[in-house]
Design a binder for this molecule. Sequence first.
Ligand SMILES: Cc1ncc(COP(=O)(O)O)c(C=O)c1O
Length: 483
Amino acid sequence: MSSFSISAYHDVDQVYAGIKNLMAQPPIHMPKDVLDTYIRKIESTCSKSKAMTTEAKEYIPGGVQHNLAFNHPFPIVIDKAEGPYLYDIDGNRYIDFIQAGGPTVLGSNPPIVREKCIELLNHCGPSTGLFHEYELKIAKLICENMPSVDMFRMLNSGSESVIAAVRTARVITGKKKIIKVGGAYHGWMDQMVYGIRIPGSGRFESTGIPRAYTSHTQEVYPNDLGQLERTLQLNILRGGTAAVILEPLGPESGTYPTQKGYNKAVRELCDKYGALLIFDEVVTAFRVGMSGAQGYFDIKPDLTVFGKVVAGGYPSAGGLGGKKEYMEYLGAGLSGARKKQSKVGGTMAANPLSCVAGYYTLLEIKKQDACAKAGRAGDRLNKGLLSMMERYNLPYVVYNQGSICHLETAGTLFIKINYLKILQVMKEIKVRKQLMEEMGAAYLAEGLVTLAGSRIYTSMADTDEVIDEALNKFDSVFSKLRR
Ligand SMILES: Cc1ncc(COP(=O)(O)O)c(C=O)c1O
């Protein structure tokens, strides 16, 4: 039996009240002497990382190709990942709360998945461009477990799968408008770089993207059903809404949590106005549970976007699923005779390596009830952090949706965008971002790797001992803050 990662839904009003209180206070910076000691520690224990990433700046824009952690004072270079731990090239061990950005629900590099991948590589190699048995196996497994998914098309990333969903919704409905929830990140494709990270930010981050590309993308504030309905109504005069796309736990992996009844109400509004409902389950599918957040909330979206865990932490993680009548618009190969077709695909899409890795990962998550175990670890961490906040009288906000934990010390994403006072807003973003970097560096020096200093993913590998060790490390940071 597999169960959900979320043991009890958090009190959303309490979270937002906590955030309001945090934002009303001046940012709490780490005392300079404490921060300097942490930075010196990183400089002295991570010298090989420093040398390598300094050289990388010559060849790689920004010095890293991909890094979800903050790079303050410099990025660390990972040499080994195993279960709950990461090890850098200087031999330092870290508790891994970044989890490759979400996919490693089983913990890092589980032998059972690795062995199947090696078997495949020895026998077939990573890709052939032709059909492979595991394409069927993973599609079948996903369809069997995700309530709204009759058919599955595997793709390369969450970003391109979102665009596949958007295009398919437009093909099906013949309408153009896409409504998203402000703050949500749905990948970096032109149409979706709109209202990302901070609700109400519109084209704030759309540098290099012509206005026309985002002209059919609209955003509504998290949990604001009135605004959503008004937008759907107005869109009738503008040619109609193709789809509403949302992250079911709330934008930025639940950083702005959704009220428990929100998704159901959105489903009803979509039905009322003839728009499709797209769930972006890039983070939540097979992390919240085998049936995803849609199983948890008991809602059937029309289309579901997948990513991350569908390739088990291996490359090429993406996919689109949905009702058969909709998914049949996605032709493949030479069977493109259908007039109205949503063209998606890619050379590496559904390559045997991604399929085999994803298949055995999902199978193992189910067998081991990994979502629930990872969720228990998240609950333990959340509880420990909450009591720490009380003990040190800190206004930080701590909440979790099972294995997705949020530790808001800076509240950067909760800054209110006001274009009339944009210089002030930019300054506040800078100050709060710097604070996140400081906290991220402090955690790193203590041996904790977090996502951007504010998000923590837990996995099945996080036993009580691992979580308690992590809590001691957080305690060491928070005990040094002076108020
Ligand atoms: C909710 C959500 N959608 C889409 C994406 C984009 O996925 P990818 O990074 O695989 O392109 C992400 C990435 O973090 C995400 O969190």
